[in-house]
Ligand binder design. Structure first.
Ligand code: UDP
Ligand code: UDP
Length: 481
């Protein structure tokens, strides 16, 4: 009889690991997973499975899952069915946060999925939002468990340190609450309460509970993969690696900035007429302000009007990716209604506004883009860093303010600390936006720093660079089982 390959015998044979990815939800979490999966799937020495929950929360997620499996037919799709989940327990909660919770409550079902896979799973890679459940399950099965952390190293240090911070306050008999207070992370620095993800201001919130549970458990992970690079966050990376944040912290592999997961043939074809790419092709070098606030940030109508007024007043060309709802499927608004009568007419030729999904990573690399007005979601920050495009950070919630500190320290751009998104009284006026955009567009020093950061980013991922070597090391660790 023909010899059976070790894989057919059901073993992840020495030297050929089988990696099972267990991602969570939201494009900000899925895209970095898909990018790492793409990078590893292009090698021929690793088997890959991806746990897939359908239907997804947003249309963009469904399309990107399909795109992943089409681009990498040898990557296995492992379907996963959530247990029924009663969302009415959390009225008004963000649908992505609810999906994380639904995943967490179904997490015990990951055990049989991991144990039953063939070839044998040698390592799991999961998301921070699922970590406190998935890490113990993987340990129980003697399978490595790595966390692909989708934010910055500074945020990881916060996540790991908050439980220690709370415990030491309790031990000292200090009153804690309603929020976690300012957090002084050893060797990283002080994160004032106003910069924390807002839910941490209330210890009873669902997100806060998830955050603390995950923070406690991650010290048991086998390693962390981060979409950052040594030159961008040297201080936080050193503090984590030296065990200064939490003693004995697992290895931290900074392997970013991540690349688009495919260099598809489509990308090389001339862009479709009327597409943002085609429009950028017609604009002068570094002349366009790219404006986008992530995949799940609804912006109020009032604030949208002010942004429009600001872009118009700046006198610059702009490409604005506009979202009016948290979930893309719900976005039925007409641009004309949102922006006010006459706006699109007045800016015709110099401004393009779209509600469609764009390939932001590619657009930022376009030579016509001169700056990025962003909420500083971490993927956006790393995409700007890779492109060497100055980012004007207008952080919104979640990890955005922590990310904005890295935008500044890492030379990616500037941060408007007093700009907020918190309701009508706090509208940032069109005048302010227009002035700041003009200022950043003409700031040669900011532009030069961003360009230098872009060069560092390219060096990090090039053969022999820090991120390149970190990825090699990670793969070596997978093979060591
Ligand atoms: N994105 C995109 N096209 C869009 C909207 C978003 O490519 O139309 C990508 C963006 O490039 C980034 C991710 O979606 O990679 C959003 O993640 P980020 O961390 O910037 O923000 P979040 O959406 O999680 O707040
Ligand atoms: N996060 C964490 N522990 C958790 C959940 C989230 O450390 O249990 C971090 C993670 O880095 C995430 C950030 O908190 O990126 C903010 O979460 P969210 O995805 O809501 O941010 P956004 O997508 O809006 O950027």
């Amino acid at each position: 009889p023909a010899m059976q390959s070790p894989a057919e015998l059901g073993g992840a044979s020495a030297g050929r690991p089988h990696l099972m990815f267990i991602p969570s939800a939201g494009m900000g979490h899925l895209l970095p997973f898909f990018r790492v999966i793409g990078a590893l799937a292009s090698r021929d020495d690793i088997d890959i499975s991806v746990v897939t929950v359908l239907p997804t929360v947003s249309a963009a997620e469904t399309e990107h899952f399909a795109g992943l499996f089409e681009a990498y037919p040898h990557v296995r799709r492992v379907d996963f069915h959530l247990l029924p989940f009663d969302a009415s327990e959390f009225p008004g909660a963000d649908p992505f946060l609810l999906r994380w919770e639904a995943l967490r409550r179904s997490a015990h079902l990951f055990g049989p999925l991991i144990a039953g896979a063939s070839p044998r799973v040698s390592a799991v890679v999961t998301d921070i939002t699922l970590s406190s459940h998935v890490i113990p399950i993987a340990k129980e099965l003697s399978v490595q468990c790595h966390v692909l952390f989708v934010s910055c190293a500074t945020m990881l240090s916060l996540c790991a340190y908050v439980p220690v911070h709370l415990d030491s306050k309790a031990a000292a008999g200090e009153e804690v609450g309603p929020g976690v207070g300012d957090v002084e992370i050893p060797d990283v620095g002080r994160i004032p309460e106003r910069c924390l993800p807002q839910p941490l201001l209330d210890l009873n919130k669902l997100f806060t509970k998830q955050f603390i549970d995950n923070g406690r458990e991650i010290v048991h992970a086998d390693s962390f993969l981060l979409n950052t690079f040594d030159a961008l966050e040297p201080v936080a990376l050193a503090a984590l690696r030296d065990g200064k944040v939490v003693p004995g912290f697992p290895p931290v592999y900074a392997i970013g900035p991540f690349n688009a997961h495919t260099s598809t043939a489509a990308a090389k074809q001339p862009p479709a007429a009327g597409s943002p790419e085609a429009w950028l092709d017609g604009q002068p070098e570094k002349s366009v302000v790219y404006v986008a606030f992530g995949n799940r940030n609804a912006v109020s109508r009032e604030q949208l009007r002010e942004i429009g007024a600001g872009l118009e007043a700046s006198g610059h060309r702009f490409l604005w990716v506009l979202k009016t709802t948290t979930v893309d499927r719900d976005d039925k608004a007409e641009l004309e209604d949102v922006l006010g009568e006459g706006f699109l007419e007045r800016v015709r030729g110099r401004g393009l506004v779209t509600k469609a999904w764009v390939d932001q990573e590619a657009l930022l690399k376009h030579q016509s883009v001169g700056m990025f007005l962003s909420h500083s979601g971490w993927n956006s920050v790393t995409e700007a860093a890779a492109a060497g495009v100055p980012l004007l950070a207008w952080p919104r919630g979640g990890d955005h303010r922590v990310n904005a500190t890295v935008v500044v320290s890492g030379g990616v751009g500037v941060w408007m600390e007093h700009w907020s998104w918190d309701g009508e009284d706090e509208l940032v006026t069109g005048e302010e936006i227009g002035d700041k955009v003009k200022e950043v567009m003409s700031d040669e020093a900011v532009r030069a720093r961003a360009a230098r950061t872009g060069e560092e980013a390219a060096k990090a991922v090039a053969e022999g660079g820090t991120s390149y070597r970190n990825l090699q090391e990670f793969v070596g660790k997978l093979k060591a089982t």
